[in-house]
Design a protein around this ligand. Sequence first.
Ligand code: NAD
Ligand code: LMR
Length: 331
Amino acid sequence: MKKEVKVVVTGAAGQIGYSLIPRLVDGNIFGDRVVNLSLVEIPQVVSKLEGLAMELDDSNFPNLGSINYTDKFADASKDADWFLLVGSIPRGIVYNGKKIEERSDLLQINGGIFVNQGKAIAKHGDENAKVLVVGNPANTNALIGKSAGNIPSQTWMAMTMLDSNRAKSMLAKKISRNISEIKKMIIWGNHSPTMYPDFENAMINNESVANLINDNDWITSEFIPNVQQRGKAVIDARGASSATSAAKAALDTVLACENVTPSGDCFSAAVYSDGAYDVPEGIMCGFPLMTTPDGEIEIIRDLTLSDNARSRLNISVNELLTEKEAVKDLL
Ligand code: NAD
Ligand code: LMR
């Protein structure tokens, strides 16, 4: 394993960035490795990163290496091991006189960002770089970025860990168990209101969470819709999209990719479909994933989907196909 790791974060002066970046260098994610940060912002904002760099220095993180900040993504990308692509516009704000209500409304606004970033990552990033797209609509932005470069040894993901964390939190409260006991909390499909939080494959001590809950009404009328709509609920309550929980989920994803997945567990992110679980090839779909001892990120392929789960997954897959069609000029 390398002694140093280089991490690029876009949108570094934004809400998520402020919560995410210090925790990349506090020793909990990359252990003893020195973390070199490359922070990217748009030209109008990039100078603010000087303040963040000062704060990082003042925090005395023992593993903090270099801090560079720039508005030139290609320069930032050179030999980077990790790309956390947060930079983009959130929903809930007014853009060009119109309030952005759904994540998919961001397709045309944010999608273009990922073409050039995808090309730069392919050209300048480490050949085994891992890329996590956080900016919405995350799945289709990741598809755009991956398609722009397409180096098979680089791994592109879109974040669904926040949805998985939300689902675990709701389930743990319902059955009065600790969150850490819940394993295999899979989010299938799109990071959107069609996502499917899979309560049937989720386990506590080899017992299905579905059996432990045994309350189908709560599952269908509260659990599933509340996970699907939690992002909107946070925006309504906070007046801004989730930030500290999104940062934590990005860190959880990096941690899951940097460590071998324990047997009996998996983690959630959307990756490029190769036809697993009969999901059509060529979309970024939420799957159950594992990190192998070689550091590869693989889809876990031996889980069973009930008819109900399958039909919910199909709805989300159809939405992803529609989003793909809408951005075909960028692919
Ligand atoms: P924010 O507005 O606070 O910050 C976004 C930052 O990105 C801004 O500072 C902006 O200047 C910067 N930016 C815009 N375009 C850029 C570009 N081309 N290159 C570099 N930087 C750029 O927003 P936020 O709350 O940090 O959210 C960021 C994104 O994350 C939004 O799209 C939001 O919807 C998404 N999000 C996703 C999840 C998820 O679970 N996948 C969760 C929460 C938020
Ligand atoms: C979330 O799920 O909190 C984010 O995707 C922000 C949003 O727009 O919902």
